[in-house]
Design a protein around this ligand. Structure first.
Ligand SMILES: N[C@@H](CCC(=O)N[C@@H](CS)C(=O)NCC(=O)O)C(=O)O
Length: 221
Protein backbone atom coordinates (compact mmCIF):
# COMPACT_ATOMS: atom_id res chain seq x y z
CA UNK A 1 0.00 0.00 0.00
CA UNK A 2 1.31 3.47 -0.85
CA UNK A 3 0.00 6.20 1.39
CA UNK A 4 0.71 9.72 2.55
CA UNK A 5 1.77 9.36 6.15
CA UNK A 6 2.28 12.03 8.79
CA UNK A 7 3.21 11.45 12.41
CA UNK A 8 2.50 14.01 15.10
CA UNK A 9 5.11 13.37 17.77
CA UNK A 10 6.91 14.94 20.69
CA UNK A 11 10.52 14.13 21.63
CA UNK A 12 10.76 11.45 24.33
CA UNK A 13 6.99 10.88 24.44
CA UNK A 14 5.16 7.64 23.69
CA UNK A 15 4.92 8.74 20.07
CA UNK A 16 8.41 7.22 19.85
CA UNK A 17 6.65 3.85 19.39
CA UNK A 18 5.02 4.59 15.99
CA UNK A 19 8.02 6.79 15.12
CA UNK A 20 10.28 3.72 15.21
CA UNK A 21 7.66 1.72 13.31
CA UNK A 22 7.58 4.30 10.54
CA UNK A 23 11.37 4.28 10.28
CA UNK A 24 11.28 0.47 10.03
CA UNK A 25 8.64 0.64 7.28
CA UNK A 26 10.74 3.13 5.34
CA UNK A 27 13.83 0.91 5.74
CA UNK A 28 11.82 -2.09 4.46
CA UNK A 29 11.01 -0.25 1.21
CA UNK A 30 7.71 1.28 2.31
CA UNK A 31 6.74 4.93 2.06
CA UNK A 32 8.51 7.76 3.83
CA UNK A 33 6.57 9.81 6.37
CA UNK A 34 6.36 13.42 7.40
CA UNK A 35 7.31 13.98 11.06
CA UNK A 36 5.28 16.82 12.64
CA UNK A 37 6.68 18.13 15.90
CA UNK A 38 4.20 18.94 18.69
CA UNK A 39 5.64 20.97 21.59
CA UNK A 40 3.78 19.51 24.56
CA UNK A 41 5.49 21.91 27.02
CA UNK A 42 4.01 24.80 25.03
CA UNK A 43 0.51 23.26 25.07
CA UNK A 44 0.39 22.81 21.29
CA UNK A 45 -1.66 19.63 21.83
CA UNK A 46 -4.53 21.74 23.22
CA UNK A 47 -4.96 24.13 20.29
CA UNK A 48 -8.26 23.91 18.36
CA UNK A 49 -6.38 22.76 15.25
CA UNK A 50 -4.72 19.91 17.10
CA UNK A 51 -7.89 18.92 19.00
CA UNK A 52 -9.58 18.56 15.62
CA UNK A 53 -7.00 15.87 14.85
CA UNK A 54 -7.09 14.26 18.29
CA UNK A 55 -9.82 15.36 20.73
CA UNK A 56 -7.78 13.73 23.53
CA UNK A 57 -5.11 16.41 23.12
CA UNK A 58 -2.25 13.91 23.00
CA UNK A 59 0.46 12.58 20.77
CA UNK A 60 0.77 10.40 18.77
CA UNK A 61 -1.53 10.97 15.83
CA UNK A 62 -0.94 9.11 12.59
CA UNK A 63 -2.52 10.78 9.58
CA UNK A 64 -3.05 8.40 6.66
CA UNK A 65 -4.09 10.09 3.43
CA UNK A 66 -5.54 12.97 5.44
CA UNK A 67 -7.39 10.78 7.96
CA UNK A 68 -6.21 10.99 11.60
CA UNK A 69 -5.88 7.99 13.91
CA UNK A 70 -5.06 8.11 17.62
CA UNK A 71 -4.14 5.43 20.18
CA UNK A 72 -0.83 3.64 19.92
CA UNK A 73 -2.21 0.10 19.78
CA UNK A 74 -4.54 0.97 16.89
CA UNK A 75 -1.75 2.85 15.09
CA UNK A 76 0.64 -0.10 15.48
CA UNK A 77 -1.98 -2.56 14.24
CA UNK A 78 -2.80 -0.56 11.12
CA UNK A 79 0.87 0.13 10.31
CA UNK A 80 1.69 -3.56 10.56
CA UNK A 81 -1.33 -4.66 8.51
CA UNK A 82 -0.58 -2.06 5.84
CA UNK A 83 3.17 -2.75 5.65
CA UNK A 84 3.70 -6.37 6.75
CA UNK A 85 7.13 -6.54 5.07
CA UNK A 86 8.57 -4.51 7.96
CA UNK A 87 7.82 -7.42 10.35
CA UNK A 88 6.65 -5.11 13.14
CA UNK A 89 4.22 -7.65 14.63
CA UNK A 90 4.00 -11.43 14.28
CA UNK A 91 1.73 -12.68 11.51
CA UNK A 92 0.69 -15.96 13.16
CA UNK A 93 -2.62 -15.25 14.97
CA UNK A 94 -1.75 -16.48 18.48
CA UNK A 95 1.75 -14.95 18.50
CA UNK A 96 0.19 -11.71 17.24
CA UNK A 97 -2.43 -11.74 19.99
CA UNK A 98 0.27 -12.25 22.62
CA UNK A 99 2.34 -9.41 21.17
CA UNK A 100 -0.69 -7.09 21.14
CA UNK A 101 -1.49 -8.10 24.71
CA UNK A 102 2.01 -7.02 25.81
CA UNK A 103 1.77 -3.78 23.86
CA UNK A 104 -1.68 -3.02 25.32
CA UNK A 105 -0.40 -3.62 28.87
CA UNK A 106 2.51 -1.26 28.36
CA UNK A 107 0.08 1.33 26.98
CA UNK A 108 -2.86 0.97 29.38
CA UNK A 109 -1.08 0.06 32.62
CA UNK A 110 2.63 0.91 32.75
CA UNK A 111 2.25 4.20 30.91
CA UNK A 112 -0.56 5.55 33.19
CA UNK A 113 1.42 4.45 36.26
CA UNK A 114 4.23 6.69 35.06
CA UNK A 115 1.78 9.56 34.56
CA UNK A 116 0.99 9.40 38.29
CA UNK A 117 4.71 9.78 39.09
CA UNK A 118 5.38 12.49 36.52
CA UNK A 119 2.21 14.57 36.85
CA UNK A 120 0.64 13.87 40.28
CA UNK A 121 -1.02 17.30 40.09
CA UNK A 122 -3.42 15.84 37.52
CA UNK A 123 -4.68 13.30 40.06
CA UNK A 124 -4.64 14.94 43.53
CA UNK A 125 -5.02 18.42 45.01
CA UNK A 126 -3.03 18.59 48.23
CA UNK A 127 0.75 18.43 48.41
CA UNK A 128 0.51 15.51 50.83
CA UNK A 129 -1.81 13.51 48.54
CA UNK A 130 0.43 14.21 45.56
CA UNK A 131 3.54 13.09 47.44
CA UNK A 132 1.81 9.90 48.58
CA UNK A 133 0.50 9.17 45.10
CA UNK A 134 3.90 9.78 43.56
CA UNK A 135 5.67 7.47 46.02
CA UNK A 136 3.12 4.64 45.55
CA UNK A 137 3.18 4.99 41.76
CA UNK A 138 7.00 5.06 41.65
CA UNK A 139 7.07 1.76 43.55
CA UNK A 140 4.47 0.21 41.23
CA UNK A 141 6.33 1.53 38.18
CA UNK A 142 9.58 -0.12 39.26
CA UNK A 143 7.76 -3.45 39.71
CA UNK A 144 6.29 -3.10 36.22
CA UNK A 145 9.74 -2.41 34.76
CA UNK A 146 10.97 -5.58 36.49
CA UNK A 147 8.23 -7.50 34.68
CA UNK A 148 9.37 -6.04 31.37
CA UNK A 149 12.90 -7.09 32.30
CA UNK A 150 11.63 -10.67 32.72
CA UNK A 151 10.01 -10.54 29.29
CA UNK A 152 12.96 -9.02 27.50
CA UNK A 153 15.29 -11.71 28.89
CA UNK A 154 13.97 -13.75 25.93
CA UNK A 155 14.85 -11.02 23.40
CA UNK A 156 17.23 -12.50 20.84
CA UNK A 157 18.58 -10.01 20.12
CA UNK A 158 15.43 -7.81 20.05
CA UNK A 159 11.88 -8.38 21.36
CA UNK A 160 10.55 -10.13 18.26
CA UNK A 161 13.91 -11.42 17.01
CA UNK A 162 16.17 -9.74 14.51
CA UNK A 163 14.01 -6.78 13.47
CA UNK A 164 13.19 -3.72 15.56
CA UNK A 165 9.55 -3.62 16.62
CA UNK A 166 7.07 -1.41 18.45
CA UNK A 167 7.82 -3.37 21.63
CA UNK A 168 11.48 -2.39 21.50
CA UNK A 169 10.52 1.26 21.12
CA UNK A 170 8.04 1.13 24.04
CA UNK A 171 10.50 -0.78 26.24
CA UNK A 172 13.16 1.88 25.58
CA UNK A 173 10.70 4.69 26.30
CA UNK A 174 9.52 3.18 29.58
CA UNK A 175 13.08 2.57 30.84
CA UNK A 176 14.05 6.10 29.85
CA UNK A 177 11.06 7.47 31.77
CA UNK A 178 12.20 5.31 34.70
CA UNK A 179 15.01 7.83 35.22
CA UNK A 180 12.35 10.44 36.05
CA UNK A 181 10.78 7.98 38.51
CA UNK A 182 14.09 7.42 40.36
CA UNK A 183 14.85 4.10 38.66
CA UNK A 184 18.54 3.73 37.83
CA UNK A 185 18.81 1.65 34.63
CA UNK A 186 21.93 0.05 36.15
CA UNK A 187 19.64 -1.54 38.75
CA UNK A 188 17.90 -3.45 35.92
CA UNK A 189 20.98 -4.86 34.15
CA UNK A 190 19.16 -7.29 31.85
CA UNK A 191 16.74 -4.61 30.74
CA UNK A 192 19.52 -2.07 30.24
CA UNK A 193 21.65 -4.48 28.18
CA UNK A 194 18.64 -5.22 25.97
CA UNK A 195 17.83 -1.50 25.55
CA UNK A 196 21.44 -0.84 24.56
CA UNK A 197 20.97 -3.37 21.74
CA UNK A 198 17.64 -1.75 20.84
CA UNK A 199 19.30 1.67 20.53
CA UNK A 200 21.76 0.27 17.97
CA UNK A 201 19.02 -0.99 15.62
CA UNK A 202 18.90 1.29 12.56
CA UNK A 203 15.19 2.35 12.75
CA UNK A 204 15.56 3.11 16.47
CA UNK A 205 18.82 5.00 15.96
CA UNK A 206 17.15 7.13 13.26
CA UNK A 207 14.21 8.01 15.54
CA UNK A 208 16.55 8.71 18.49
CA UNK A 209 18.52 11.09 16.33
CA UNK A 210 15.43 12.96 15.11
CA UNK A 211 14.10 13.28 18.68
CA UNK A 212 17.58 14.00 20.10
CA UNK A 213 17.05 11.70 23.06
CA UNK A 214 19.19 9.14 24.91
CA UNK A 215 18.98 6.89 27.94
CA UNK A 216 20.27 9.66 30.20
CA UNK A 217 17.36 10.75 32.40
CA UNK A 218 18.42 9.16 35.70
CA UNK A 219 20.03 11.41 38.30
CA UNK A 220 21.26 9.94 41.59
CA UNK A 221 19.40 11.52 44.55
N1 LIG B 1 -3.42 6.03 25.26
C1 LIG B 1 -2.79 7.10 24.51
C2 LIG B 1 -1.72 7.74 25.37
C3 LIG B 1 -1.15 8.98 24.73
C4 LIG B 1 -0.38 9.84 25.74
O1 LIG B 1 -0.44 9.65 26.96
N2 LIG B 1 0.36 10.85 25.19
C5 LIG B 1 1.07 11.77 26.03
C6 LIG B 1 2.56 11.76 25.72
S1 LIG B 1 3.35 10.24 26.21
C7 LIG B 1 0.60 13.19 25.73
O2 LIG B 1 0.41 13.56 24.59
N3 LIG B 1 0.42 14.00 26.78
C8 LIG B 1 0.07 15.36 26.65
C9 LIG B 1 -1.02 15.75 27.58
O3 LIG B 1 -1.66 14.87 28.18
O4 LIG B 1 -1.24 16.97 27.73
C10 LIG B 1 -2.21 6.53 23.20
O5 LIG B 1 -2.00 5.33 23.12
O6 LIG B 1 -2.02 7.29 22.24
Amino acid sequence: MQAMLQLYFSPGACSFVPHVGLEAIKAAGGPDFEPRLVKLHKGEQKTPEYLALNPNGQVPVLVVDGKPLNQIVAICDTLDRSFPAAGLLPGEPWARAQALSQLAWMNNTVHPTFNHVFMPERYADSDAARAELKARAAKAYRAQLERIQDWCAAAAPLWLGAKASFHDAYAFTLLRWGGFAGVDPASLPGYRAYVERVMQAAPVAAALERERIKLDTYRAA
